[in-house]
Design a binder for this molecule. Structure first.
Ligand code: GLU
Length: 285
C-alpha cells in the first residue's frame, strides 16, 4: 500500500473560474482519488485584498461544486491566518535572512538601465540588490520615517545558512529536479501592500495542511525553486510536485481570468453540463 496522497486546489478569488482552473482542480481531485484513501483539500488564497472579492469567492465555491468536486471542510482561508505568515517572516528576519527593500518598480528599472542590464531570471530581470547593502542605521531611519518597504530574501545568506547539499524535489512526469533559486534572485517574501506574499503563505500552508503532493500549473514551476529554499530554511517537509500543462484557447494562448467566454459560469449558462466539461478535459468520474 502506497502513502496516502493529500492534494489541494488553491485558487485566488480574483475572478471567475475558467476551464484552466477546472482542469487544475480536476487534476488535483483525481490524484487524490487515485491514491489509497487520498484526501482533497480546497484552500482559498485570498491574501491579496487589492484583488480578491467575496462575490468571486462565492462563485468559485458554487462552480466547483457544480463541476462535481467535493472537499473537506472547513476550508482554509489564508486571510484568516495573516498573523501566522507575519510570524514566519519575523523568524526569518531575526535570522538576518530578510532585508527591507524600499524600491519602487521605477527605482529598480532605473538601476537596471544605469547598469546596462541585469541578469535575467525566470520572472524577468533579477532584482539588482539596491537595498541589500543598506546599513542597519539607514534601514532603521527610513523605516522610522515611515517609508514603505517590502522584505526580500537575502538569497546568498539563505543558501549559506542551508549549507552545501543540493536542494531537490521530485516532480512527477519530469524527474528529480535540483533547485536553482538564483533563477528568482532576492524574491519579495513580504509585499509592502499586503504584509505577506504568495510564496511565504503557500509554502507554510502546504506544510501545515500536510499536503503530500502539490499539483498546479506549469506556470508555477519556477516558483518551486524558491519554495524549496523556504522549506529548507523553515525545516518543513518537502511534498512531491506535479506541474501540469495549461489549457489554451483556440489561438494557443493560455486562458486568463479576462477570457469571459471560457468561464465555467458562461459555459454553464450556455447549457454545458458538468459531465461534458469533465470529459472534455479528460476526467471521467
Ligand atoms: N493561488 C495560486 C493561483 O491561483 C495557486 C497556488 C498554487 O497552486 O501553488 O494561481
Amino acid at each position: 500500500m502506497g502513502e496516502v496522497v493529500i492534494t489541494r486546489f488553491a485558487p485566488s478569488p480574483t475572478g471567475y473560474l475558467h476551464l484552466g482552473h477546472a482542469y487544475s482542480a480536476l487534476f488535483s481531485y483525481s490524484a487524490a482519488r487515485q491514491g489509497n484513501g487520498g484526501r482533497f483539500l480546497l484552500r482559498l488564497e485570498d491574501i491579496d485584498f487589492t484583488r480578491c472579492r467575496a462575490d468571486f469567492e462565492e462563485a468559485l465555491l458554487e462552480d466547483l461544486a457544480w463541476l462535481g468536486l467535493e472537499w473537506e471542510t472547513p476550508v482554509r482561508r489564508q486571510s484568516e491566518h495573516l498573523d501566522a505568515y507575519v510570524k514566519v517572516a519575523e523568524g526569518l528576519r531575526e535570522r538576518g535572512l530578510l532585508y527591507p527593500c524600499f524600491c519602487t518598480r521605477k527605482d529598480i528599472l532605473r538601476e537596471i538601465e544605469l547598469a546596462g542590464g541585469a541578469p535575467h531570471g525566470a520572472e524577468g530581470p533579477l532584482y539588482p540588490g539596491i537595498c541589500r547593502e543598506l546599513s542597519a542605521d539607514e534601514q532603521e531611519s527610513r523605516i522610522a520615517a515611515g517609508e514603505e518597504h517590502a522584505l526580500r530574501l537575502d538569497l546568498g545568506k539563505a543558501l549559506a545558512s542551508i549549507g552545501p547539499d543540493a536542494l531537490t524535489w521530485h516532480d512527477l512526469g519530469r524527474e528529480t529536479i535540483t533547485a536553482e533559486p538564483e533563477r528568482l534572485g532576492d524574491a519579495v517574501l513580504v509585499r509592502k501592500d499586503i504584509g505577506t506574499s504568495y510564496h511565504l503563505a503557500v509554502v507554510w500552508d502546504d506544510a501545515l495542511q500536510g499536503i503530500t503532493r502539490v499539483t498546479r500549473g506549469e506556470d508555477l514551476f519556477e516558483a518551486t525553486h524558491l519554495h524549496r529554499v523556504l522549506q529548507a530554511l523553515l525545516g518543513l517537509p518537502v511534498p512531491e510536485y506535479h506541474h501540469h500543462g495549461l489549457i489554451c484557447d483556440a489561438k494557443g494562448q493560455r486562458l486568463a481570468k479576462r477570457d469571459e467566454s471560457e468561464t465555467l459560469r458562461s459555459l454553464r449558462n450556455g447549457g454545458e453540463t458538468p459531465e461534458a466539461i469533465r470529459s472534455r478535459l479528460g476526467f471521467e468520474f
